[in-house]
Design a binder for this molecule. Structure first.
Ligand SMILES: *[C@@H]1O[C@H](CO)[C@@H](O)[C@H](O)[C@H]1NC(C)=O
Ligand SMILES: *[C@@H]1O[C@H](CO)[C@@H](O)[C@H](O)[C@H]1NC(C)=O
Ligand SMILES: *[C@@H]1O[C@H](CO)[C@@H](O)[C@H](O)[C@H]1NC(C)=O
Length: 292
């Protein structure tokens, strides 16, 4: 008992220190729900920190999808101010009522119209996430946890994925891994470059800070990234690397489950098990503008 109380205290202290660090930075969008937030706030344009329209099942509301599990905040949540939230998918998570190959629930920052300040100059998105043992993912499938889709909707700028890739590029024994991919060459059919991978354990927070220099023309963009587990400080894991980013884009944060089986047309075909209830818990989501 005493051990768990003092451990809890240490974690809260660690969070406190981290949050002081975070407030010094130049936050241009803050996606950390208040400790008083309700799931229905995510349906309300005046209250939601996220886009209330996209990206979810056609017959779902965000209050069907978002919940607030009882769990200690992440490194970048301020104790007694912010709380973690969970994003879930189920059989109704059919985007636009059309994409039967996918199950999708992804939040986008409410300011993020693909050409706003969060996708110009150099910005860093911070986010932490962890698995929910009550709503496990099926790592035989491929998932996106966060990705940036270009303003032209035809490519990704970067993404963090888990699970088995379609093409076998992630070995089965490493299916429960997190992988950060950049996209250096959008013309290549498999245009992704694996920049960083780490085991995705079922218990800890996994903290990322991904910095994008958006550039104005092709060839000017870069990506770099920091990572830590639990309450450890972030460490650089990806040095500044060329990355296509000049079309801006939108951040998608949540659970995007790809099909298995026939992957000739992943949006519409392939296999998805019925009766699923899967989720990921998010915390410490915000975007800062970097100094030049
Ligand atoms: C959405 O609801 C309508 C009306 O009940 C139904 O016809 C349709 O099949 C549903 N679509 C999905 C993807 O659940
Ligand atoms: C996107 O948002 C920015 C900042 O609010 C605004 O200046 C711009 O006009 C918007 N662009 C579109 C296409 O709505
Ligand atoms: C996980 O996904 C695979 C591939 O789609 C499927 O065969 C299996 O039944 C799923 N497992 C569970 C527990 O749903």
């Amino acid at each position: 008992m005493r051990l768990s109380i003092s451990l809890g205290f240490l974690l809260v202290a660690a969070q406190g220190i981290a949050s002081v660090v975070a407030t010094k930075k130049n936050i241009i969008w803050d996606g950390r729900p208040s400790i008083r937030a309700k799931p229905s706030d995510f349906d309300d344009d005046k209250k939601s920190l996220y886009n209330t329209g996209w990206n979810k099942g056609i017959n779902q509301t965000w209050s069907d999808i978002v919940s607030f599990p009882l769990t200690l905040g992440s490194l970048n949540d301020v104790p007694l101010k912010h709380k973690p939230f969970e994003v879930s998918i189920n059989d109704n998570s059919i985007f636009m009522g059309q994409q039967w190959g996918f199950r999708r629930s992804e939040l986008m920052p409410n300011v993020n119209n693909a050409s706003d300040a969060t996708v110009q100059d150099t910005t860093t998105i911070h986010l932490s996430f962890k698995a929910d043992p009550r709503k496990p993912l099926n790592y035989t499938h491929l998932y996106d946890i966060i990705f940036v889709e270009t303003s032209t909707y035809d490519a990704h700028v970067w993404s963090i994925k888990t699970g088995l890739a379609y093409d076998g590029s992630s070995p089965p024994k490493k299916k429960q891994f997190l992988r950060l991919y950049g996209y250096k060459d959008w013309s290549r059919p498999d245009g992704m470059d694996l920049l960083f991978e780490t085991p995705f354990d079922g218990k800890s927070w996994h903290n990322f800070a991904v910095t994008t220099s958006w550039g104005k023309k092709a060839g000017e963009g870069t990506i770099e990234a920091k990572y830590s587990k639990g309450y450890w400080p972030l460490k650089k894991v990806v040095k500044k690397t060329a990355n296509n980013a000049d079309r801006g884009g939108q951040y998608h944060i949540g659970v995007f489950k790809h099909p298995t089986g026939d992957t000739s047309d992943v949006a519409n075909k392939g296999y998805q098990a019925k009766g699923i209830n899967e989720g990921l818990i998010f915390g410490g989501v915000f975007i800062e503008k970097n100094k030049k």
